[in-house]
Design a protein around this ligand. Sequence first.
Ligand SMILES: NCc1[nH]cc(CCC(=O)O)c1CC(=O)O
Length: 307
Amino acid sequence: MTLRVGTRASALATTQSSQVAALLTELTGVETELVTVSTEGDRSTRPLAEIGGTGVFVSALRDALLAGEVDVAVHSLKDLPTAPADGILLAAMPPRVDPRDAVIARDGLTLGELPVGSRVGTGSPRRAAQLNALGLGIEVVGLRGNVDTRIAKVRDGELDAVVLAAAGLRRLGRIEEATELLDPLQVLPAPGQGALACECRSDDREVAGLLARLDDDATRAAVTAERSLLASLEAGCSAPVGAWAEVVDDDGSLQLWLRAFVGDPSGAPSIRLSATGSVQDPIGIGERLAAEMIAEGADSLMRATAP
Ligand SMILES: NCc1[nH]cc(CCC(=O)O)c1CC(=O)O
């Protein structure tokens, strides 16, 4: 038996999919092969919000799974819509790599060292909102494209810095190029950032059993809380929402600490709150925190910035 592992074509996607495939072989002994599937998100350079936002990277892989062309689909968890998909099982969340955002700036600078008026590129409303909220006087500039294209804009002088996921840089072996790793409490990552989702067909018990071996309890609890918050806010992956949860050992009882940010890329005052609870109740913690944030005005903030 050879498991067909579906992947997008980008360097990042093929790297993370082959890492999952190798881990699967190591833990279960099963043979794997990578199958490349092209998605609208890869073919277009238009802003994500315009080509459907949530899910553009995901649906083509799921279609290939449902059509029986692949047995496993590997996605970045932060690109995965929060609504469950018919016939698809989220069978494994392997250990999260690094949730942080990274800065790549000219001349080895950190964000705080960049002069007022510096141009910092990001296509993410969440990053834009939090960068503006830092009050550093930097100018946030829209940006899309793969990791290479984005870094090149700093190397060729078009931008002073770009902000991108540390996990992506690590997976590509390029983390040394980061000039700063942002404290995840100061700049909250996207829900699920740095984690992967391995999906199979819901009725494929054999593959579900194999994938279960990759699942990491702490990652699943944290990411489930972050995504529960996102779902309760009725927001998607392109909303100005940051969330990060950690499992903390409190004298032998495992607690989940969830922090969240809802902002506005144009710089309106943002909302930042946190909640804690039992690691057994990640969905409840996310729901409670979302309700508190909505009571503070999170939904009108997000309505103001909806595409
Ligand atoms: N939005 C695109 C995307 N989806 C997943 C990653 C890589 C990091 C991860 O696994 O969270 C990236 C690139 C980035 O944000 O810089």
